[in-house]
Write a protein that binds this ligand. Structure first.
Ligand SMILES: [Zn+2]
Length: 164
């Protein structure tokens, strides 16, 4: 984010405490959905881009952002920006590790993939034993943002955070 300045450091600090309701180990900064932060006339203008269109969590995230900024004694004006669309490439590098420790296979970096289209046949590694001998059980896991996989080696099912 080019908008990071001394002035909104404290804003960024509280935003880093706003967690994704679906993945409570990732903050909205980890996810990279915060596009712009501007402090003007005592108000904090925040632009966010939804991870997935129609993700019901976005409304909740918006309310949590307002509550977090209220802790600073400031008012947050949250704006949703749909274009350009969010991609998993915007996730912080450290977010991948947190996801995997949480038991969710992190998305493959789109930039690193050979195929420009998601749904690459590249195997998804099991977050538990790192085996790539895995199979997809359902394109929709516990939420629409995830797909359900199973590891053929350790037999454990796991969520894969779908690339986008
Ligand atoms: Zn496994």
């Amino acid at each position: 984010m080019h908008q990071v300045t001394e002035e909104n450091n404290s804003v960024l600090e509280v935003l880093d405490t706003v967690m994704d309701p679906e993945i409570p180990v990732l903050s909205i900064l980890d996810l990279g959905i915060v596009r712009d932060v501007r402090v003007e006339d005592g108000k904090v203008y925040i632009a966010i881009t939804p991870t997935y269109t129609g993700c019901p969590a976005m409304h909740l995230i918006e309310m949590e952002i307002r509550a977090a900024i209220a802790q600073l004694g400031q008012e947050a004006i949250v704006k949703t920006v749909l274009s350009p669309a969010w991609t998993t490439d915007w996730m912080r590098e450290g977010a991948m590790k947190k996801l995997s420790q949480y038991g969710i296979a992190p998305p493959k970096r789109i930039a690193a993939m050979q195929h420009p289209v998601c749904g690459t046949p590249d195997p998804i590694a099991c977050p538990l034993c790192a085996s790539v001998n895995t199979e997809v059980i359902s394109e929709f896991g516990s939420t629409a943002c995830k797909a359900l996989y199973r590891c053929r080696d350790c037999r454990e099912p796991f969520d894969y955070f779908k690339c986008h």
